[in-house]
Design a protein around this ligand. Structure first.
Ligand SMILES: [Zn+2]
Length: 283
């Protein structure tokens, strides 16, 4: 893969690595797989808290629900004999005449009961997968980077708690109030190194800010990608899709370009703390 070759090339500068990230995010968003993924995800609603409660009360194991015809459009069908889950769908409309003459022009929200089915009640084509591929490897580089990053976190006064449970699908978290990074249990060495770097970037950049979430995530993952690549660890299979995912339907490459200076500055600062003598040579 061209992307891999480019990242593996020895000693790209921090600025070149940020350009690689920008191009990589663009490649993801231009790809067929990405469009299929977004199209599939757009078929799933963001359910209200009330409806999530209704769904889980009827089926505690439900993960992805969709209407009968929605599943057909995704290439799957509801198995015979499955009982649907009942939720409330808002129906926008206006009050009919005579119902309330005074605010006749006010739109009102009515609800109707609709039936949805969980993915476990359906069969057919697999759904497009989440585009981020977790790093499964345990390389010497990853292990070195992880150890050095722990040291950098310590000197910054940031606590690192390994094996933190309750993070859902996230690999890590930064808790600003406690100045603590939590890492999920069972991460591969390389994934742990990348995640620690991502959360360390949050700790350095976003402890007090109220920047939009997609910007915070693009900055943190951008820094992790650059620092890991500098250390010889290629995280492009994860990082490019991660930034693209947070950008959603917005232009992810433009997002990286806009935040590029912050990514460069923060990555360079972490790299400087990892190996001071190397950076002073190349500066
Ligand atoms: Zn993050």
């Amino acid at each position: 893969m061209a992307v891999d070759a480019a990242v593996a090339a020895p000693r790209l500068t921090v600025a070149e690595l940020v350009s690689r990230l920008e191009a990589g995010v663009r490649e993801v968003q231009d790809g067929e797989g990405w469009r299929a993924y977004l199209a599939a995800m757009s078929r799933f609603h963001q359910y209200s808290a009330g409806n999530l409660w209704l769904i889980l009360a009827q089926m505690p194991t439900a993960t992805r629900v969709c209407g009968f015809h929605g599943w057909l459009r995704l290439g799957r069908h509801v198995r015979k004999g499955e009982h649907g889950l009942k939720i409330l769908a808002p129906v926008a409309g206006r009050r009919s005449k005579g119902e309330d003459a005074e605010d006749e022009a006010q739109p009102v929200t009515r609800f109707r009961v609709v039936t949805v089915f969980d993915i476990s009640q359906t069969e057919g084509d697999p759904l497009p997968e989440h585009p981020c591929q977790a790093l499964a490897t345990a390389s010497e580089r990853g292990s070195w980077l992880y150890g050095r990053l722990l040291e950098v976190a310590r000197t910054q006064g940031v606590q690192v708690r390994e094996g933190m449970t309750g993070l859902g699908r996230a690999h890590g978290v930064f808790i600003p109030g406690a100045n603590t990074i939590g890492l999920a249990p069972g991460l591969s060495t390389d994934q742990a190194a990348k995640t620690l770097c991502h959360e360390l970037a949050h700790a350095l950049l976003h402890a007090h800010g109220d920047q939009p979430r997609e910007e915070q995530e693009a900055e943190a993952e951008g820094v992790a990608f650059v620092v890991a690549a500098w250390a010889g660890l290629n995280t492009s299979a994860y990082s490019f899709a991660y930034v693209a995912d947070w950008a959603g339907r917005k232009d992810g490459a433009a997002l990286v370009r806009r935040l590029g200076a912050t990514i460069q500055r923060t990555a360079a600062s972490i790299i400087g703390r990892l190996a001071p003598e190397e950076t002073s040579q190349s500066a």
